[in-house]
Design a protein around this ligand. Sequence first.
Ligand code: TYD
Length: 131
Amino acid sequence: MNIRLIDIPKVHDKRGSLAVIERDIIPFSLKRVYYLFDVPSDSYRGGHAHKEQESVIIALSGSFEVIVDDGKVKERIMLNKPTQGLYIPTNMWREIDNFSSGAVCLVLASTDYNEKEYVRDYKTFKSQFVG
Ligand code: TYD
């Protein structure tokens, strides 16, 4: 499976920590940033794949779990560190659940928002995008 965890460098001193995302640690050029917040703990997000968009997901605060599925193998990954990003390539089904209270899910995306490049039906994903 083509996903991977990316370590985000941080600078720490007695005043706290500062994490920096520079171009070279993200495997695409960044087009858009969005974030999920005020998410109820029983909420379920995602439930789609992307034909074009690559993304990196970061738990800026709190924790949640990301289920990634390439149509053959499924993995559940807990994100709970603001210094760790999960890279998700194109054509990968993803779901996000188990949000802790106060969780903030930051998404770095390689494309502008375009509903046409979403695949929101799992059967379509399986039949069209799994080789
Ligand atoms: P959705 O894709 O369902 O969110 P998630 O991936 O977290 O399940 O998007 C929720 C709503 O927000 C939907 O109406 C589309 C809209 N939206 C935008 O307008 N711009 C964006 O960049 C994104 C990601 C979503």
